[in-house]
Ligand binder design. Structure first.
Ligand code: HEM
Length: 442
């Protein structure tokens, strides 16, 4: 197939008529969707409008998913989060009418397409298997949370900034692990995420609804929120500084990002908007309060050690997160020629590369965004259960002649910076690779 022409290539998701600027926050992302999705104040799934107001508080996944998404098209979220057919059957009870506009999203979920085929196989593989954490997954998360507090207290007690750095590493690993839990039905381990000053609530929108469902596009907040500091899309208008500056300033920016979240948490307070704060926004205080309570240090000493733990954890977390599975010059980003088949599942695989080193154990996967392709395809399934789905993924990839490539950690680290430097769109769509080149998961 010949490379697609300019009009077909760009924009794929981004409709400049509808939006003046990419969304920069979870709030804006939802507002844009409410305006653009043709959901008419209800919930849109494919071309149907549904009023699920009466179901919000009974939703087995938790009420928040539905409350947050009122007035938007939830097709991708709905398809990806349910591994049984129960939700689809239940949805019919709430049907109101057909939507009057076509869907804004380019993605499809055809009955015999890649994702629906994989979903059917995944259902068989997961029959009788709980979707939530197994013992090991829960234990890893709990021990990391406990380790975070223990080492923070030890750092304060010994006034050791090396110990504080170790505590920072544990916070970072704890937060990446807690990310597994915020995708699932409400559970207490999702609160571990907030120890970092980030909020699991914001991540349920900015990460679960935006990045996960529209990866590497302008609707992906992980892309739009960090521009112009980190410009991942292959935009020909990038400046030399925009392309190569991150090679110099990344570590500094990574280190202060948690403080950025702290500022965002405190900003409503400064403006007297106490009602916008939730009880779980106070979770980061567990660290300094534990330092004072168990190490007996003064509030001032606890504060400075806490700030150090926050800086180091921010650095470690963002090294892991930014250099994860999505950015490399060979991976599809909006602006590149897209695959002709707009199946949602294929779009996930086109924007992810697996890293065997972080798929080598459950601990490595939980703390480094491992099993990433499957995690995107089935976000509500605990990481400990995902390996069960590899045979289904492999067969489906073979059937649809889809490559499922694996890169080394180093390739991905280098690739992330090379991707920021890339300003020319790839003209050859994903899916043009010969199946013989496919690297398969064992
Ligand atoms: C924004 C859209 C939605 C999201 C993100 C979402 C998320 C979730 C999550 C995380 C779970 C727990 C899954 C598990 O433990 O395996 C779940 C379960 C469930 N949800 Fe939703 N949900 C959404 C919309 C809906 C809607 C519209 C309905 C039906 C009207 C629905 C019905 C159900 C049912 C019946 C279950 C339990 C069975 C199953 O997991 O398949 N959900 N949902």
């Amino acid at each position: 197939m010949a490379p697609r022409n300019e009009e077909e290539r760009f924009p794929l998701w981004w409709n400049p008529v509808l939006r003046e600027a990419p969304p920069k926050s979870a709030e804006l992302f939802l507002k844009d969707k409410q305006r653009d999705d043709g959901a008419e104040g209800l919930w849109r799934v494919h071309d149907g409008l549904y009023d699920i107001s009466s179901f919000i508080d009974n939703h087995p996944g938790g009420s928040e998913w539905l409350r947050l998404t009122k007035g938007t098209d939830i097709t991708e979220a709905f398809e990806a989060h349910h591994t049984t057919t129960a939700a689809a059957h239940m949805l019919e009870l709430f049907y109101v009418r057909r939507a009057s506009t076509p869907r804004n999203s380019p993605y499809t979920f055809h009955k015999d397409g890649f994702y629906r085929t994989l979903q059917r196989r995944a259902r068989v593989a997961l029959a009788g298997v709980p979707r939530g954490p197994n013992f090991a997954s829960a234990l890893i998360a709990d021990l990391l949370a406990l380790g975070t507090i223990t080492f923070s207290v030890l750092a304060a007690a010994t006034s050791s900034y090396s110990m504080g750095t170790l505590a920072g590493l544990l916070v970072a690993l704890n937060v990446v692990t807690a990310h597994n839990f915020l995708h699932q039905k409400d559970n207490f381990r999702m609160y571990y995420f907030n120890l970092s000053f980030m909020s699991f609530r914001d991540w349920r929108v900015g990460h679960a609804m935006s990045h996960h469902l529209f990866p590497n596009s302008l609707l992906d907040l992980d892309i739009s929120m960090f521009a112009p500091l980190f410009q991942y899309l292959p935009d020909p208008s990038k400046t030399l500084w925009g392309r190569y500056g991150p090679w110099i300033y990344s570590p500094f920016i990574y280190s202060i990002m948690f403080h950025g979240h702290m500022f965002l948490r405190l900003w409503p307070l400064a403006k007297g908007r106490i009602d916008s704060l939730r009880l779980d926004d106070a979770i980061p205080l567990v660290i300094p309060v534990s330092m004072m309570a168990f190490a007996g240090v003064s509030p001032g000493d606890a504060f400075w050690m806490w700030m150090w733990v926050t800086v180091t954890s921010s650095l470690f977390f963002h090294i892991i997160a930014f250099n994860g599975a999505h950015h490399h010059p060979e991976i599809f980003h909006e602006g590149d020629a897209p695959r002709g088949d707009r199946d949602w599942g294929l779009a996930q695989l086109d924007t992810v590369r697996e890293r065997p080193a972080v798929n080598s154990s459950l601990f490595a996967a939980l703390t480094n965004f491992g099993y990433h392709g499957l995690h995107h395809l089935f976000p509500a399934v605990d990481h400990s259960r995902l390996p069960i789905l590899y045979p289904a993924l492999k067969i489906t990839c073979e059937e649809f002649r889809v490559s499922f490539a694996e890169y080394s950690l180093l390739e991905m680290y280098k690739g992330q910076f090379q991707q920021i430097a890339r300003n020319k769109p790839n003209l050859v769509p994903p899916g043009q690779i010969d199946i013989g080149e496919v690297t398969r998961h064992k």
